[in-house]
Design a protein around this ligand. Sequence first.
Ligand SMILES: Nc1ncnc2c1ncn2[C@@H]1O[C@H](COP(=O)(O)OP(=O)(O)OP(=O)(O)O)[C@@H](O)[C@H]1O
Ligand SMILES: [Mg+2]
Length: 503
Amino acid sequence: MPTLADDLQTWLAQNRGRIGKLALEPRLEHIGRVARIGDGVATVSGLPETRLDELLVFESGVRGLAVDLGEQAIGCVLLGNTGGIAAGSIARGTGEVARVPVGDVLLGRVVDALGVPLDGGAPVAVETLAPVEQPAPAIVDRALVTRPLETGLLVVDSMVPLGRGQRELIIGDRGTGKTAIAVDAIINQRSTDVICVYAAVGQKGSSVAQVIAAVRRYGAPERSIFVIGEADAAPGLQWLTPYSACTMAEHFMGRGRDVLLVIDDLTKHAAAYRQISLLLRRPPGREAYPGDIFYIHSRLLERAAKLAPERGGGSLTALPIAETQAGIISAYIPTNLISITDGQIYLDPAVDVGKSVSRVGGKTQAPVLQSLAESLRLDYAQFLELEVFTRFGTMVDERTRKVIEHGRRIRAVLRQPQFAPLALGEQVALLTAVSEGVLDDVPLDRVDVFRECLGAWLPEHCPELVALDDRATKLSEDMHDRLTTTLRALAGSVAMPTTTDRP
Ligand SMILES: Nc1ncnc2c1ncn2[C@@H]1O[C@H](COP(=O)(O)OP(=O)(O)OP(=O)(O)O)[C@@H](O)[C@H]1O
Ligand SMILES: [Mg+2]
């Protein structure tokens, strides 16, 4: 009978063999300790090897980014909540930069800045990871912006047209419809193959939910990604959100796709960065923002590009949003962003055509639209100026009255409801109606009905117009005449309210 000593011997022999087979290897780990913690930032000492933007992992599993390298300690932005981290806790250097999942697995998903799902769905099946900070494409890798990115908003597409690969700032006071313009642009991509990435920074949960619901209802959610850093997320996560979203968008650009990136909004992004910087005791500059605030936005927006054909020819169009206070666009962050982007759409609260510009998109506008939009801006500007006079009850001559009545119809046509982007054919028809004076006999309050009826009317009466694409050239004379006749008939039928219109 085996004794206890024999058992022990056998056990030892077995386990010696097992340990011998184990592949043991030495691993070098950098371990530091938290010196100070709070408000989303931590100071860590004992990690002299750490490099800028290196990812650190804390004892609680929360990750952080080293953004400030001092001689004694490093400043670290936390990418999660501070719970579970205390002074003296251990922090490990990883030797890596922050990376996020990229690829088709993200399409249709709602994630945070680290790619963690927020939609209650399964974890993102990571196939490829890409660093959140990447250098912008070099000049030789870029090509001219040639194709338009249609937003479906007549006022934008006709007067401040955007090109694929352009950066256009949407700027305005609180509640002027900045998000609405961006969301309509995303929704309009349901009829294109453009992939949309919506990055929310410092937004209320309810606003974000509305955007997601609108895209799911009216747009192409299977081709959209939502990257969310809500107002109550850690400041580090909010700060990282646009970079992560940009990386997710770049992945598709690199594969030859056209991508639209909306960043809502960079004013809140700047505020999150200011908060982090002040907590890290960096010297404050103008409006208490740190000195590199311009750089952090420019290095983000420079990543928007139209790639050369030998690089796949993809494009990344960026629509950053900025909020102004009391309409002052000369404040620090707005002027920074205006100088970084290729133009701006200024909301006051309607699109202010005089202050909105697009420095690139004009050349890409569909030629058929271009020929109609040429005089529109001028006519509209002239009307706005004349209208100011009539506000004081000035008597005007017949010609001026006509210009004003015509201008009012332009404005009525440009005023568009939410979630109802217009196809190119509809835009061409509307602008033809304006330029031919078809609407001048339609009462102002019936112009909306005219626009609503147009969608169903066109396929029946002018099918060629429905087939227009962004390369279509100016309408032939014959086509133009037929369209005008059709539009006149439609105008006649909507000019008088019928009993069925009334509620
Ligand atoms: N074309 C439109 N027609 C009717 N209502 C609109 C239109 N565009 C925006 N709105 C309404 O205006 C309100 C403000 O819009 P939105 O939230 O887009 O503004 P914002 O500038 O993004 O606001 P914030 O500064 O709070 O982010 C919303 O209630 C929205 O439904
Ligand atoms: Mg908004």
